[in-house]
Design a binder for this molecule. Structure first.
Ligand code: C2E
Ligand code: MG
Ligand code: MG
Length: 750
């Protein structure tokens, strides 16, 4: 049998024994002996339990066992008087044993309470409240009458008072145990029950002997079960850790029973005065008065404790609500609050900072590197601005600095120092990371409130990022631009919904004869008032507000449909391929490649006949964009790097990004026929393309001389007004017969 079950068995056996006790004839020796046996076995079982469970703090159990056994000795002595000497003396030597049992039990309980948790002031005050309240009642109804009984000797009176006095102490400890923070295990519950039963027996006995002549045999059940519970507690496995701090109740909530107990206890003193027979003598009155005052003070202490705790928690909550968990900087709420206060007494500046490429760090190196990076940035910012200046994390990779008590020049200098400091690599989880940031700076000019200042700083920050500048001051012009942007955004939405966009196609030809091998799709906006609007005027805005995703899907669908139609109508005369431009935002959008696959399937255009043109900048950030390109490649779609040579132009990009075509930017074609070293880049790029096995396309060819020079340099494909402007329906048949290298450029609308 497992050790864990003994307590249970003993509890059942003890209950049976208690029942058996009442079956035996009253006042018989047998009955008394059965009583002694229960006590003896209980005491011995406690000792056995110490061997069995090896509790962390065994001392208390020895005291408990000692108390029980001393009690049994007292009983046996008394029975000796009763049954052998046929006397019933009071007091007798038995009382000496009985009374010395109490201190032993009390010591054991003190040991249990002391080890059972942190110093819990509230529990102490509560215990004191119960002990004083009940103790007062106890005094008035039990101790006083016994002490005042003039009919017996002083010696008898002292001993009679000693019992209830010991009970009062037991009660105080019981209350302390009950309110303690120690986790209430089944073992402690059994122990509490044992003490309660002992108290019931004792108090019952005192009351019965004061107020009636009847022997209280029924109370023997309480004493017996107290023995049994005490030993059962010792046997319970949970008592191994009794009196150690490991078991602390997670959240000692103040439940309804506790409140009722406390309220009743604290009202007991004053309520005693309502009993007519009480308060007659001076001592009683004084006692009740003092008791009531103590209770009142205890309640006050408790309330003070509560208030303190609430204040502490409020402070803690405020701290949580005002700080960013990760960086321990102030958060947006706190920043707004301080900024608001600062605005009432001066003219603060706000610098809003947003990291560049943070998303890439998170995506590629993992969120924990990202987190460390944010912490490193936070530390660096605090180090630069000093501890007097408020730095906040506004969310994500956005930080704010509140600059006070200084002029515009000093504010700008501080921001400069921040940008310089951020140029130094940051350490995060063993990675050396280079970060840059866009900073928007604003003062409180006009009547800007906190929200308005943050809005302005935000606007300036985005302007800085758009312009590739490290920082930028807010100016009202930005508002105007933002207003226009919003207006343009709304118009673009309508344009897309009402079908105002048109597609034109520009030939990509083979050198030298000018045969059209492909076309590039270019979008136009047929504006109801402004007429045909070029893409440079609205594509950037569509990128910023995200409409480009939907617009781009429409363009691709239209273009693929058109290409399929041409191939059906013109057969061999149709262009072999069609190019469609895709912007960074489109590539970064998950589902881009799936959309392309969808469109290809719907239009029936073979994937090999589609080229997607992307700029270097769009793929430079890596991440999702590169993944999208790989997916497209897997479909069979070709990838062209557009405007090559104007963006980041990292040749390394050509090795990491899947590319088939290099579109050499118009700026290198423009200078090709000029004297000097102007053809150097165009020459280098064709070599790079050839070396890497890529197809090169020269963009923006406007003259026959340029075409001839490109041909001479080794270019096989070209595109430009010289060969054909972007039009809705290029003349594929006519172009076949043309000889554009020598002849005039094809006429047509942009
Ligand atoms: P891009 O992809 O480099 O397109 C070539 C641009 O150069 C076109 O301008 C074209 O009209 C112009 N061009 C071609 N040959 C010559 C020439 O000989 N001389 C001169 N001066 N220009 C020439 P466009 O149509 O204004 O488009 C400008 C840019 O807008 C495009 O540059 C492309 O980046 C973007 N774009 C155009 N259509 C779309 C589209 O459907 N989607 C996306 N995302 N972007 C588009
Ligand atoms: Mg293009
Ligand atoms: Mg281009």
């Amino acid at each position: 049998m497992r050790h864990g079950r003994w307590w249970w068995l003993w509890l059942a056996a003890g209950a049976l024994a208690t029942g058996f006790y009442y079956v035996l004839p009253a006042d018989s020796l047998a009955r008394n002996l059965s009583y002694n046996v229960v006590g003896l076995v209980s005491g011995l079982l406690i000792l056995a339990a110490v061997r069995l469970h090896r509790p962390a703090r065994p001392a208390m159990w020895y005291w408990f066992a000692g108390g029980q056994l001393v009690w049994v000795v007292g009983d046996v002595i008394y029975e000796y008087y009763q049954y052998v000497l046929h006397q019933e003396p009071y007091p007798s030597p038995a009382d000496a044993f009985y009374l010395s049992a109490y201190p032993m039990l009390l010591v054991g309980l003190v040991l249990l309470v002391r080890g059972g948790g942190r110093r819990d002031k509230a529990a102490l005050v509560d215990a004191a409240t119960v002990a004083v309240g009940l103790g007062l009642v106890f005094w008035i109804f039990v101790i006083e009458p016994v002490a005042a009984n003039a009919s017996v000797s002083v010696q008898e009176r002292i001993i009679s008072v000693a019992y209830p006095a010991a009970d009062a102490m037991l009660l105080a400890l019981l209350a302390r145990l009950y309110f303690g923070a120690a986790e209430r295990t089944a073992g402690t519950r059994l122990l509490l029950t044992a003490v309660v039963l002992l108290l019931i027996g004792d108090v019952g006995f005192s009351i019965v002997s004061i107020y009636s002549d009847a022997g209280g045999t029924i109370l023997d059940a309480a004493f017996l079960m107290s023995y049994v519970c005490w030993a059962a507690a010792a046997l319970h496995p949970s008592m191994r850790s009794a009196g150690t701090v490991i078991a602390v109740r997670a959240n000692p909530r103040i439940g309804a029973p506790r409140v009722v107990l406390l309220v009743t206890s604290s009202l007991l003193g004053p309520a005693l005065l309502l009993v007519p027979a009480i308060g007659g003598n001076v001592l009683d009155r004084a006692l009740i008065a003092v008791g009531a005052i103590i209770l009142f003070l205890l309640v006050l202490m408790r309330i003070a404790g509560f208030v303190g705790q609430v204040q502490w928690q409020a402070g803690k909550l405020e701290d949580l609500a005002m700080h960013d968990d990760l960086t321990r900087l102030a958060n947006r709420r706190r920043f707004e609050q301080v900024l608001g206060a600062e605005l009432t007494r001066g003219r603060p500046y706000v610098a809003l900072l947003d990291l560049d490429g943070f998303k890439r760090v998170n995506d590629q190196l993992g969120p924990s590197v990202g987190d460390q990076l944010l912490i490193a940035v936070a530390d660096r910012l605090t180090a630069i601005v000093g501890s007097d200046t408020l730095v906040a994390r506004m969310g994500g990779d956005e930080f704010a600095v509140l600059i006070t008590d200084t002029g515009a020049g000093a504010a700008r200098d501080l921001v400069r120092r921040i940008t310089t400091a951020l140029h130094e690599p940051l350490r995060s989880c063993g990675h050396e990371l280079l970060v840059s940031a866009g900073i928007g700076l604003t003062d409180s000019a006009g009547d800007a409130d906190a929200m308005e200042m943050l809005r302005r700083a935000d606007l300036a920050m985005y302007a800085a990022k758009d312009g590739g500048e490290p920082f930028r001051w807010y100016e009202p012009e930005l508002d105007r631009q933002a207003g226009e942007e919003a207006q343009l955004g709304a118009e673009l939405r309508t344009a897309l919904d009402t079908g105002q966009f048109r597609l034109v196609y520009q030939p990509i030809v083979e050198l030298p004869h000018g045969r059209i091998v492909a076309v590039e799709t270019l979008v136009r906006w047929d504006h109801p008032e402004r007429g045909l609007v070029g893409p440079t005027e609205f594509i950037p805005a569509a990128e910023r507000n995200g409409l480009i995703v939907e617009m781009g899907a429409w363009i691709l669908r239209e273009a693929c449909r058109q290409a399929a139609r041409w191939s059906a109508e013109l057969g061999d005369d149709a262009p072999e391929r069609i190019s469609v431009n895709a912007s960074a935002r489109q590539l970064a959008h998950r589902g881009f490649s799936a959309m392309v696959a969808d469109v290809l399937r719907d239009s029936g255009l073979p994937a090999t006949r589609l080229t997607i043109e992307v700029t270097e900048t769009a793929v430079f950030e890596g991440g999702q964009a590169i993944e999208a390109l790989h997916d497209l490649r897997a479909l069979g779609v070709r990838i062209a790097l557009d405007d090559f040579g104007t963006g980041h132009s990292s040749l390394g990009l050509l090795q990491t990004v899947p590319v088939d075509v290099l579109k050499v930017d118009k700026s290198f074609v423009d200078t090709i026929t000029m004297a000097g070293r102007h053809a150097v880049i165009a020459t280098a790029l064709i070599q790079v393309a050839n070396g890497l096995g890529l197809t090169a396309v020269a963009e923006g060819v406007e003259t026959a001389e340029q075409a001839a020079e490109l041909e001479r340099l080794g270019y096989r494909l070209a595109q430009g007004f010289h060969f054909g402007r972007p039009v809705a329906e290029p003349d594929f048949r006519g172009a076949r017969r043309a000889h554009p290298v020598a002849g005039p450029s094809t006429a047509g609308a942009v």
